[in-house]
Structure formats: structure tokens, C-alpha cells
Design a protein around this ligand. Structure first.
Ligand code: DC
Length: 205
């Protein structure tokens, strides 16, 4: 069993990179942010606090994201859910429930898991830990292109979420001990993927 942990702020390219690394190595990709998003969406719909449903909600993070059997892959990508997910992720009760599910999932098989606390909390023994980052303006530009939104608005909202993710008391965003820090601002996707794949034992590199 091998785990590649890729952490870093929003818009650093984690999802695209993690998917590509998983494809290249034949590992399974895990989008852990989608789990916080799924809980935030369900909580908003039910008008309850995310912590009240975090441990009972059935989240299946695969090719499509299922919450209690319903495909919410597109709904969880709106700016409103981004904001709600960032708030939900600051709640230690929510984190405890989600981390437990994630550890169960990655206990068997080979994974590329992407998020904010994979190398620090979820899988501190991961064989490979990467902290992927990029300049804030570049991260906002990439997200704006991806989502068809105004870059200035994305940057403003991203700044608030970055600050919350970095300064929250529980599992703040920071590079794990032993993580390789990669700044993707001036790197192509292929370069980033190649650098990470080289770090994985038993593959090329
Ligand atoms: O990566 P993302 O934008 O889909 O993540 C959504 C929110 O969840 C974001 O505010 C950060 C938070 N998150 C987290 O705290 N821990 C993770 N492992 C993944 C995401």
C-alpha cells in the first residue's frame, strides 16, 4: 500500500495534478475537499449544522461525488458551497468524522489523496508528501478560468478562505514534516506531475 499525499491552498492545481499522478501510477485518486463540500451542501439544504450530520452522512468520493446516493459533483463547486465548506472544515467535530472516513478508505490499496491535512493528519506516514503551492494571483486566475468567474472576485474570496484555512485552530494548512514543497506558479502540469511521480518509490526516479 502506497499513499501519495498532496496538500496545499485552493487553486494550486492539486486536483488536476493529483488526478494526473494517480492516472500515471495506476493509483486511486481521493479528493478530500469534496467530502467537506458534500457535508456543507447537505447541511445547508437541511438547515442543520454540518457537525450534526458529518458522521452519519454517506459520502462516496469517486469519479462522481455521491452524498447519500445522490450525485452532487456539480452542485458542490459553486462559490456558495466553497464558502460553506471552508466554514464546515474549521469545525473539529466535522474534521474528526471526515478524517476517520478518509483513513478507512485509504487503509487498503494505493492512493493519491489531495487536500489540506493529508500529510499532517490523515496519513502522516504517507510514503510521499507534497505541499503544492502557487502565487495567490495565479491561483485565482486558474480558478476563475476553470469556473468561468471574475478573477477579482475569486481572488477576494480566495484570500478570505486561505486565511481561514491557515489560521484555524484545528489542522491549519501547513506543509507536513518531510513534505516536498513545489511552487507550480511557473511550472507546467506535466512538469509538476513528473516531479511527483519521481518521488514515488518503485516507479521511475
Ligand atoms: O480543496 P477544496 O477547495 O475542494 O476544499 C474545500 C474546503 O475544505 C476548503 O475550505 C478547505 C477544506 N479542506 C480541508 O480543510 N481539509 C481537507 N483535507 C480538504 C479540504
Amino acid at each position: 500500500m502506497t499513499v501519495v499525499a498532496i496538500d496545499g491552498p485552493a487553486g494550486a492545481g492539486k486536483s488536476t495534478v493529483a488526478r494526473a499522478v494517480a492516472d500515471e501510477l495506476g493509483f486511486t485518486y481521493l479528493d478530500t475537499g469534496a467530502m467537506y463540500r458534500g457535508i456543507a451542501l447537505a447541511a445547508a439544504e437541511r438547515r442543520v449544522a454540518p457537525a450534526t450530520i458529518a458522521s452519519t452522512l454517506k459520502i462516496e468520493p469517486g469519479e462522481r461525488i455521491l452524498v447519500d446516493g445522490r450525485d452532487v459533483s456539480d452542485e458542490i463547486r459553486t462559490p456558495e458551497v466553497s464558502e460553506a465548506a471552508s466554514r464546515a472544515a474549521a469545525d473539529p467535530e466535522v474534521r474528526r468524522a471526515v478524517v476517520e472516513q478518509q483513513r478507512r478508505l485509504i487503509a487498503a490499496g494505493d492512493w493519491v489523496a489531495e487536500g489540506r491535512d493529508i500529510g499532517t493528519v490523515v496519513a502522516p506516514d504517507a510514503e510521499v508528501k507534497v505541499f503544492l503551492t502557487a502565487d495567490p494571483e495565479e491561483r485565482a486566475r486558474r480558478r476563475a478560468v476553470e469556473l468561468g468567474l471574475d478573477p477579482a472576485r475569486v481572488l477576494a474570496e480566495q484570500t478570505i478562505r486561505d486565511e481561514r484555512d491557515r489560521t484555524r485552530e484545528h489542522s491549519p494548512l501547513e506543509p507536513a514534516a518531510g513534505a516536498v514543497v513545489l511552487d507550480s506558479t511557473h511550472m507546467s502540469l506535466r512538469e509538476v506531475v513528473a516531479r511527483i511521480a519521481e518521488l514515488v518509490p518503485g516507479t521511475r526516479g
